[in-house]
Design a protein around this ligand. Structure first.
Ligand SMILES: Nc1ncnc2c1ncn2[C@@H]1O[C@H](COP(=O)(O)OP(=O)(O)OP(=O)(O)O)[C@@H](O)[C@H]1O
Ligand SMILES: [Mg+2]
Length: 411
């Protein structure tokens, strides 16, 4: 195998006892996020003179043969983020080349830096006007519409995965759980790594074998209700409690055909005490009737009756923002086929290494027919995306001043 020496030497910096090995052009500033497998810091890029964020995905290949999906999810996030190009989705600006294949254990993504995330805004209890909610939700649904058009499901929508600036512009991040459209029987959903319960769609709670884009719409509906009230809509303390809280509000489905779930899931619902539910009009008292109408369409028990992202953008609630040009779709579907040959940790590591080099402009493997070796320059550079973005979203940003959030908590 060809060994590529990193052209740029890496410098060690420790921040909150976490070692970062990144090129010296990046000066680390502070930690802004920490999860079980990743740490996010802000940094200054001396080359572009901009503030950026670096996500360190730690010990990506150390999860053992039983947990291949844990290694795969970082590679998948990298490939998906490199494929997507939308103003409301975080974009990868750089992926750091490891110093050698042998020492390759961590994967660092460099992205644009955002001021905070929606969870921090909600926690700070700043009142959000209906105008804020319209603008935030329009951007979120645009991001979902684009993601779904690339045949990708996000699957982990929640306030902390929605990054926001004080001008209320948002970017969706954390595609670590993303998968293809309508996939079946995902072992990771029922075992170790599942989407945050409060935003999980009823069909997922009931173990329906087909997961579709409508599950993301459910999560977005829960987030919209939370933005309007400041309260988590369905705050279940276990999967059973979660589904019971949903049924308390939506009412018991009238027919078993309305319930999408495993046979046990369907039986569970049919044995619950019958209830007619509580209307969103009374739960979201005083909210804009158009917001309530949209929430009713996003939070249907049966995913088949749930509004799509494409239709939601055209809902009258967004009349101020919608125009065909901002409902952009992805020109190519994301192809998950590369995963079929990744059968062990070593093959995932090799694929990740090749992907990082290719994104940095190196051609690393024999050019096979259909192999995509697009680099950052081609992906993010000279295809007019910047000017397209600014014209696409000009209309949205005309409204920024009126939608400014008074104070943003970024610490
Ligand atoms: N580009 C960014 N700018 C500012 N803050 C960010 C950025 N990216 C991430 N963050 C912060 O870091 C947090 C964690 O980021 P992210 O969701 O990507 O990682 P994670 O939840 O640890 O990922 P995973 O679930 O894949 O392990 C976010 O909730 C947000 O607060
Ligand atoms: Mg996250």
């Amino acid at each position: 195998m060809t060994v590529y020496q990193n052209a740029t030497p890496l410098r060690d910096t420790v921040i909150r006892s976490e070692m970062f090995q990144v090129p010296s052009r990046y000066t680390l500033v502070k930690q802004v996020g920490k999860g079980a497998y990743g740490v996010v810091v802000t940094a200054l890029d001396s080359t572009t003179k901009t503030k950026i964020a670096i996500k360190k995905n730690k010990k990506v290949f150390d999860h053992g043969p039983q947990c291949l999906h844990m290694s795969l999810r970082v590679l998948r996030e990298l490939k998906i983020l490199a494929h997507l190009d939308h103003p409301n989705i975080i974009s990868i600006k750089d992926v750091i080349i490891p110093s050698s294949y042998e020492q390759f254990t961590d994967i660092y993504f460099v992205t644009e830096c955002m001021e905070t995330d929606l969870r921090n805004i909600l926690r700070s209890r700043q009142p959000l006007s209906d105008g804020h909610v319209q603008f935030i939700m329009y951007q979120l649904i645009s991001a979902l519409n684009y993601t779904h058009s690339a045949s990708v499901l996000h699957r982990d929508l929640k306030p902390e995965n929605i990054l926001i600036n004080s001008d209320s512009s948002i970017r969706l991040c954390d595609y670590g759980l993303a998968r293809g459209i309508d996939f079946e029987n995902d072992p990771t959903m029922s075992t170790t790594y599942v989407q945050t319960r409060w935003y999980r769609a009823p069909e997922l709670l009931l173990n329906y074998k087909i997961v579709s884009k409508q599950a993301d719409i459910w999560s977005a509906g829960c987030i919209m209700a939370e933005l309007l009230t400041g309260q988590i809509l369905f705050k279940g303390n276990s999967p059973v409690d979660q589904i019971e809280k949903i049924v308390e509000v939506l009412g018991t489905p009238r027919h078993n055909e309305e319930i999408k779930g495993s046979p046990q899931g369907i039986e569970f619902i049919s044995k619950l005490k019958k209830t007619t539910g509580i209307s969103f009009e009374s739960l979201l008292m005083g909210a804009n009737p158009l917001a309530i109408d949209l929430i009713n369409k996003m939070l249907t028990f049966n995913p088949d009756n749930r509004i799509s992202a494409e239709s939601a953008l055209r809902h009258p609630y967004f009349v101020e923002y919608f125009d065909e040009s901002t409902a952009s779709t992805c020109s190519t579907k994301f192809d998950f086929d590369y995963e079929s040959s990744l059968v062990d940790v070593e093959s995932i590591k090799l694929e990740a290494y090749h992907t990082i080099l290719e994104l940095n402009g190196y051609s690393t493997r024999e050019q096979q027919e259909g192999t995509d070796t697009t680099s950052f320059d081609e992906l993010k550079g000279d295809k007019g995306s910047k000017s397209r973005r600014s014209s696409l979203f000009k209309k949205l940003f005309e409204h920024l001043n009126s939608k400014r959030i008074p104070q943003v908590i970024s610490e």
